[in-house]
Design a protein around this ligand. Structure first.
Ligand SMILES: [Mg+2]
Length: 286
């Protein structure tokens, strides 16, 4: 067969076989937004929850990362959050993607909420929320081989479904600077929990870059799946685990490079000045 005819046919076969549909399922709290518990910040998203106003702020780069993923033909975006359906709907309607000018609520394939969590039978009333309920990913798609869920909390997943999780690692409360975070933590108020605060500047910065880290890893996972003709789930495991099957965490030098690559790509794509201090970028140092 003539090679000029053969190549498009081969590419078509690969795309039909492997890339008919990719499900990216995002958690909401400490993944795409965080609640502001102390003080106020610019670009807050106030949401009325059962008569009380709760202020949220977008995770740095959330808009650019979600927008760029939504623009990909093979990607379908869903949300699965332990928040109430009413809260999730209000919040997702407030977040507008820059290219399509549509809200996250409008572009989502599915939005699953507290009402869609599955109770764990062995749990006790005193267990943590995420130990009492699980997010069953089959509610998004029966076939999990082309699905990745992006979440800061691994406790919501059980058994084989843990293999579908791209873990963002522990989240901290959102502060405009590490200094501001330390100032509040040093007040030693009785209601403060240490786990809310980044223990070091490095951890603080890494937290602000978590969605960049996912964006870069996702493109590596796609390339790997195309090259090796494996499922997305197999490629996710290959790219994010070491030889012993342990998750690679965000502290390695390679991760830092990875974040810088994703940042350069998005700055280019969205024509953002590297010095821009807009709603999403203002926490990230150059
Ligand atoms: Mg979360």
């Amino acid at each position: 067969m003539n090679k000029y005819i053969y190549r498009p046919i081969l590419l078509l076969l690969i795309s039909l076989n492997s890339f008919s549909q990719i499900d990216l399922v995002f958690d909401i709290d400490y993944t795409i937004v965080s609640e502001i518990k102390f003080g106020s910040q610019s670009n807050m998203i106030p949401i009325n929850e059962e008569g009380k106003v709760v202020n949220y702020i977008l995770t740095p780069w959330a808009l650019e990362v979600l927008d760029s993923l939504y623009e990909m033909d093979e990607v379908r975006i869903s949300f699965f959050s332990g928040g109430s359906r009413d809260r999730n709907e209000k919040l997702l309607k407030e977040i507008i993607l820059p290219t399509s000018n549509r809200s996250l609520w409008e572009v989502s394939h599915k939005v699953l909420s507290r009402e869609d969590l599955t109770p764990i039978t062995k749990s006790t009333a005193s267990s943590k929320w995420s130990d009492r309920y699980t997010k069953d990913l089959h509610k998004i798609n029966e076939d999990l081989s082309w699905l990745i869920v992006i979440d800061d909390n691994l406790n919501f997943y059980q058994g084989n479904q843990l293999e579908n999780v791209f873990w963002l690692e522990e989240g901290y409360l959102p502060f405009p600077s590490f200094k501001a975070s330390k100032n509040i933590q040093n007040q030693n108020r009785a209601n403060l929990k240490n786990e809310w605060f980044a223990p070091s500047l490095h951890q603080f910065e890494a937290e602000k870059s978590k969605l960049l880290r996912f964006h870069d890893r996702f493109s590596q996972i796609l390339d790997h799946a195309k090259e090796k003709m494996t499922s997305l789930k197999e490629s996710l495991l290959s790219i994010t685990r070491d030889q012993n099957g342990q998750r690679i965490t965000r502290v390695s030098l390679e991760e830092v490079r990875s974040v810088q690559n994703a940042k350069k790509y998005l700055i280019n794509k969205y024509e953002i000045s590297p010095h821009y201090l807009g709603p999403c970028q203002k926490f990230l140092s150059d």
